[in-house]
Design a protein around this ligand. Structure first.
Ligand SMILES: N[C@@H](CCC(=O)N[C@@H](CS)C(=O)NCC(=O)O)C(=O)O
Length: 210
């Protein structure tokens, strides 16, 4: 049995976890999930029925990890030999940008995509402040640093780039030079290319099956 069972669907947030699995060289079995009929084992592991969902078949028993950002973080910790954890000097950046991407950035992108208008007087309450403030914070950081943690790729970049891809592909994020250059640097990772190829193949198979 593979060390991990990975529930996914092509062209979904599953690609984030797939990239992370490829980065750490994990031994995993992929289970494609149809949106209409979800496997009972997925629903037992994650009643929300979302992908990605990861089950780690650890020696002492199964561990379920959901939420793409948590899966990235978990895999980096389970596979320290992959070198994707932050060193002590990078830890602030690592946690900051991983959580920023999963919180404010995702909220800002989702609000923009769904046309949710935040009244200006509620900016102080909303965690992302405003779409423009969120984008500006990212722009400042990525104009000064090549990666989330500075000069080196870490697991935080898997998640941050994935949010960028969503924002750039749907034309939600402005095509700032710093954003495009950052995405290009991270897309050059062989693990990203491998995960993308696997996702496209899964999409092709899913389409062929109707
Ligand atoms: N908070 C979750 C969101 C996962 C999510 O919304 N996945 C979507 C695909 S991108 C999904 O499973 N949708 C199917 C459904 O909700 O039934 C994460 O970050 O992993």
């Amino acid at each position: 049995m593979a060390a991990y069972t990975f529930y996914t669907n092509p062209r979904s947030r599953g690609l984030i976890a797939s990239w992370a699995l490829h980065e750490v060289g994990a031994d995993f079995a992929m289970v494609p999930v149809g949106w209409r009929e979800k496997p009972p084992a997925l629903l037992a592991a994650n009643p929300l029925g979302k992908v990605p969902t990861l089950v780690h078949h650890a020696p002492e028993g199964d561990r379920v990890v959901t939420e793409a950002a948590a899966i990235c973080s978990y895999l980096a910790e389970e596979h320290p030999e992959a070198g994707l954890l932050p060193n002590p000097a990078e830890r602030g950046h690592y946690h900051r940008w991983l959580f920023f991407a999963a919180g404010p950035l995702e909220q800002a992108l989702m609000a923009r995509m769904l046309g949710w208008e935040l009244p200006a007087e509620r900016e102080g309450t909303a965690g992302f402040g405003s779409f423009d403030r969120t984008v500006a914070a990212l722009d400042v950081h990525l104009s000064q640093h090549d990666f989330a943690c500075g000069t080196r790729f870490t697991m935080a970049d898997v998640y941050l780039t994935s949010q960028f891809d969503w924002g750039l592909n749907l034309k939600l994020l402005p095509r700032h030079d710093a954003f495009l250059a950052y995405a290009e640097r991270c897309h050059a990772r062989p693990a990203y290319q491998a995960a993308l190829a696997a996702d496209r193949e899964l999409y092709r198979q899913t389409k062929a099956q109707g």
